[in-house]
Design a binder for this molecule. Sequence first.
Ligand code: 2AM
Length: 188
Amino acid sequence: MRLFVAVYPPPAALDALAREVSDGLPPLVAPWRAVPVSQWHLTLAFLGEVAQDRLSELCERLSRAAGRSTPLTLALSGGGAFPAARRGQVLWVGVRGERSALDALRRLADRVGAAARRTGIAMPARAYRPHLTLARCRDPQGVDAASMVAALSGYAGPVWPVTEIVLVRSQLAPTTSHHPAARWPLGG
Ligand code: 2AM
């Protein structure tokens, strides 16, 4: 099964961002394909295909990784496009927080990645850039997303506590769907 580990913003943060997207952003029309609000999340680690027989060890290790991490406070804020604003393929909203919270988020992502690697999961190497994907571009060349990024730059959403991590199963067909498989609270 295809798995990733994520943090989900609470409804107030999602609602505020949804309002910003509908009122403050140019419309996300083709070639953009908007990610539905129900799928908005911050990926901590993308695990890819994981064999069923790895699951219980993975869950044990993720549980320990969460237990060793302390809750942290974040806000969704600003935005950008990967790989670059002028040829955007992924339009995203960023996170803002105290330096200590951003460090704690990175440590949490590192721990989650280490838990997966120790389980024997070969994870794609990718520098960690915390972000919430709003839309993906159907055109592999990307499109000029500078006006979107500029519109997002002033966005500052409400502050919220990250209290748990979620293991999510992702199905690509017939359309992308995400299914929470397990969740673990962050230690205190
Ligand atoms: P994203 O974090 O940029 O949105 C499920 O596919 C989640 O895992 C998505 O949020 C996705 O991108 C993230 N992800 C990270 N690396 C990925 C990869 N190599 N392939 C697919 N999704 C990946």
